[in-house]
Design a protein around this ligand. Sequence first.
Ligand code: ADP
Ligand code: ZN
Ligand code: ZN
Length: 735
Amino acid sequence: MTEASRVVHVAIPSPLARHFDYLLADNLAVPVSGARVRVPFGQRETIGMVLAVDAKTDLPREKLKHVRAVLDAEPILPPVLMELLAWAAAYYHYPIGEVLATALPVLLRRGLPATASGERCYALTREGVGLPPDTFKRSPAQRRLHQALSEHPQGLTAIALAEVVENWREPMKRLAARGFVCITEQPCLPIKPAGQHIAPTPSSAQNQAAEAINAAAGKFECLLLHGVTGSGKTEVYLCAIEDVIARGGQVLVLVPEIGLTPQLMQRFEGRLSAPVAVMHSALNDSERLCAWQTARTGDAAVVIGTRSAVFTPMPRLALVVIDEEHDSSFKQQDGFRYHARDVAIKRARLENIPVLLGSATPALESLYNAEQGRYRLVSLPDRAGGAAPPRVILHDLKRLKLNEGLSPPLVEALRERLARKEQSLLFLNRRGFAPVLMCHDCGWLAPCQRCDAHLTLHRRSRKLRCHHCGAEAPMPEKCPNCQGGNLHGIGEGTERIETVLARLFPTARIERIDRDSTRRKGALEEKLRRVHAGEADILVGTQMLAKGHDFPDLTLVGVLNADQGLYSADFRSEEKLVQQLVQVAGRAGRAEKPGEVLIQTFHPDNPAFAALMHHDYREFARYALAERAAAQYPPFAHLALLRAESPKPDAALGFLRRAHRHAADIGVPDTVHLMDPVASPMERRAGRYRAQLLVQASERRALHEFLHRWLAQLEGEKSGRQVRWSLDVDPVDLY
Ligand code: ADP
Ligand code: ZN
Ligand code: ZN
């Protein structure tokens, strides 16, 4: 090709849903699709990904600028991932440049070489060894780091240092500047597991499940592993993963946001015979690049990661496992709103490999797909090792008097567990002390200034906090309305329950686990360690406690406010509630000791509880799916949600009304139905007024074709510039 004929189509992170064309000078190597280039963009230079190189462009050539540099000789994303990302951009109607950027580690987005340098390692220099004791008189942080490095002459990495001093980077810089510390880079190596833990003998149900997964090797198939809590699903994953590794393949394991507990990691590392790379949000940029590289080179046989790990290049990928597939953290809630489970299924299809979805409480969509024969259903109906399912008892709050959130029978049950030296767990999906602060003289309720919501009282830190926008205010001494001093927290949060328990059981060791109590790095790990070591008697916590933990000495689970989530505006809230209850109930009686679950509710007759009592999630699913069918909600219809928000009261709704009119102008297919724009259930949040327009369709293809034309119109809509708007395909949260 001559210079004049070469046009490079480049995807650039930008809100524009198209690619950009550049010319390629003769002295530059012709880049391949999936390689990065540096290009001029507006007033600056940026990094883009090459989509294709050919001779055509829709623009006048003289308008095109030149590629400045080609950064990769090989594609850094293989063709199958480029195809997957192009599909995702089209499916979620999100700009291809942004989608590609999401898939890359930050350092690669910034143009660093894809031959990653390794993880940084900090060690004492000769000058740094054996310093006089008063060297760090005025800097305890430097002293602690120096101490740790003295104990580890071979050096420490970022993760280890963060355990020593939380904000270690600044003091470390000073140590380096004083010549006491040198920084080296270790080659990227995945964690080499010890692999000496012994697997239990699999049950026949586990064997059957592993065989079904094996039988699917080498072709696309979606398997849904529905196993009750504690049925040994993780054991099945481990067996299937070992089989793939033995055949020389790689496995991608996706877990929910907070599912990546040290316990799970230890289990994987202890059992697998091949190197594991871990990808989660706590990694810094170079650690992330490191993990990504070991996956891409094939050095890591297994990648375990949260949502975005679904885009990791793995040349020998042979199986994808999605643990807790129903978990909503697989759906990204802003920007590129992809669902990692759905993207993973698409990826498995493109790679022609099996994908395994596992859960004790599968998403209704997934069960429906299994029912329709699209997924193969594999069940583990019983708990592993002969453990019995927990006994579930409903406490009707219409008949019981509560003492600060606890019913007398629940208090009695806690007392019994303490006497027997067994652990109990109280589940309450509300952190803080009390959800509302009220004046008992005039009825004033502390409002958030920026949201249509009340402030939560956090008594220990003497603060009022908004759980929607993060706003914070000191706890008032007097009522701002009537100047009275009669202010009280109404209702219960985890902090209050913790206080009540401490008063009722002064000698009990209580461990509160919620976002507030685990903010500090390492705090959750430490709390879980104490629970496992038997150094805690009662656990109080939010949904953080519901997932994946295996507490062998825990025999009582109390659910304090089960009714939150019943009768809500969101059609998914009941499904979420039941999933949460089944999961948290599953923490009780996992080993030899039988468990009991006490649920406090005003609505004991609600069918949501029946499934729990009968240990029959499928029973709930049948009834809930029938309701969905009647209301034409997913999986019986497809949804897209157009959201808008603005600091001006009517701007968002105004934009959506215009959007509605545009739709009528361009023609809405028969199988697609637009609802009227409405204010969001909590209209004002963080000072912005929010509104939404729901699109419901019985045919996916027609929906996407319509969305495509509609978005083109909306991009030109003037009132759209005054609001922030976005489209959410397959929304998980309807507000
Ligand atoms: P799940 O992932 O379904 O919650 P796990 O795989 O964590 O279940 O298993 C629950 C517990 O049962 C774990 O302590 C595990 O070691 C044990 N377990 C699993 N399979 C077996 C088996 N076949 N025999 C005995 N114990 C088992
Ligand atoms: Zn008052
Ligand atoms: Zn707020």
